[in-house]
Design a protein around this ligand. Structure first.
Ligand code: ADP
Length: 184
């Protein structure tokens, strides 16, 4: 069974929900850079203060900052522990930095799960979620940032033979089953 996973897809596709569930089921470390950044903001740390305004605008916080967060968490992981990255990497520079880090750790990615959903559905889902960065203007901007900066990762991981697409428009149960089928 594959235990080093990356979840990719637009905001609102349900990455967080599915990632949390899968990680709990299989005893994987769930690393969501969005959740970790929100925790820093809530704690009022220096890092949180740097990230807060950027996140509120729907832009990406600096590569160095998120990379430091991910590195510190992955370095402590036992080799056979397994992990699930959610919301990271979000651009090519982060993907390259991650590849280097994982090579150092001797823990390569085994599968990239791409969750796919139409924009109309994404926007409706995000609007009903009610997070502070979930108003319509910011959502549209996050989708734009996704298309410009994150979507190129689809090709990057496909070229490396790691990508598996999953339809994310079913119920939570259906999507979970689609994902499980990919991991067998
Ligand atoms: P969503 O999937 O709904 O966009 P996330 O929780 O993944 O939400 O991310 C929320 C915000 O946190 C992003 O809009 C961005 O500002 C910041 N963020 C999260 N992960 C990263 C990352 N890897 N690089 C840069 N910024 C990030």
């Amino acid at each position: 069974m594959k235990r080093r996973l990356l979840f990719l897809g637009p905001p609102g596709a349900g990455k967080g929900t599915q990632a949390q569930r899968l990680a709990a089921d299989r005893g994987l470390l769930h690393l969501s850079t969005g959740d970790l950044l929100r925790a820093e903001v809530a704690a009022g740390s220096d890092l949180g203060k740097q990230a807060e305004a950027v996140m509120a605008r729907g832009e990406l916080v600096s590569d160095a900052l998120v990379l430091a967060i991910v590195r510190s968490r992955l370095e402590g992981q036992p080799e056979d522990g397994g992990w699930l990255l959610d919301g990271f990497p979000r651009n090519l520079a982060q993907a390259e930095a991650l590849a280097e880090l994982l090579e150092d750790l001797g823990q390569p990615i085994e599968l990239v799960v791409l969750m796919e959903l139409e924009d109309g559905v994404l926007i409706q889902r995000l609007l009903s979620r009610g997070r502070t960065d979930d108003n319509e203007a910011v959502i549209r901007h996050r989708l734009e940032v996704y298309r410009e900066q994150t979507a190129p990762l689809i090709r990057y991981y496909r070229d490396r033979g790691l990508l598996a697409g999953v339809a994310a428009d079913g119920t939570m149960e259906e999507v979970a089953a689609n994902i499980a089928a990919m991991l067998a």
